[in-house]
Structures are given as C-alpha cells and as structure tokens.
Design a protein around this ligand. Sequence first.
Ligand SMILES: [Zn+2]
Length: 155
Amino acid sequence: MTSVERYEKALAVLDQYIRDNNLRHTLEREQLLKIISELNKPIFTVHDLDAKRRDAHISLPTLYNSLGLFVSARILYKLERTHGVTQEQYKWALDAKNSMRVICTRCGREAAFNDKALLQIVHNRKYANFVPAHFSLYVYGVCKTCRRLLIQRNN
Ligand SMILES: [Zn+2]
C-alpha cells in the first residue's frame, strides 16, 4: 500500500467511525492521519510525529486524543510497552486484513465475503487476557456447481 492509498483507506475508516459514533469531524484528525501515512514506517512513536505535528499546529493533547480515537476505530494498534521502550508504539491496523471466506468441501473453491455485523461481533467480544487484532473466518459447505452435480447424480 502506498502512503496515499493508506491515507485514503484510513480516512474512509475514520469517516465511518465518526458517523457511527456521532462524533465531530476535525481537520486536525485528518491532518494527523496524513502525517502518519507519510511517515511510511510500520511502527512509530509520538516522537516520530513531533516535528510535523508542531508544523501543523496540533497540540500534544489533541495528538494523544486522536491516536486514541484511531486505535478505537481500528486504524492503528497500540503496542504494549516492552522493556526498554520508553514511548508507546503504534502500528497500522489497516494492513492486517480480516478475512471471511466460504470454501466448498467438494471442489475446494473459495470466495471472500464481507459481513459488517460479524466483524463487529468478533471485535466487540471480550476475550479473557487477550486483545484481538484481526481474524480469519472460514465457512465450509458445498458450492452451487457441486450442489447441482450432486442433485443431477441423485436423479
Ligand atoms: Zn464445489
């Protein structure tokens, strides 16, 4: 994904999140998404954003609030602080794709599907001692072609 593609995708996710949660649109959030996209780093810290944040006249509290919002909207992951790391690290969540697929157990044909309600259920579920990132879901069954062949054979 290029930085422009990533920015556009992130912006679309943010727009949807803002609409779903009746939040306010702010220019700062869009600017920050752009700054983060243009970093072109898989993992970054607040420090990495500092110079550009100042140039854009975005305050530190606004930066932290926005990062929190991006995490809630699943645009970013916040990585747990590990030993020796003094600043919180963030990682793009958009690159890791959730996958939902149907698979025919007779011919092996696969197809992707998308179900927003399912996505919400999996993400909003509470997991004991676990923070979910992304998931794969496979629905096994018989495709239309194989079903037709089976019916023909039985007749
Ligand atoms: Zn099949």
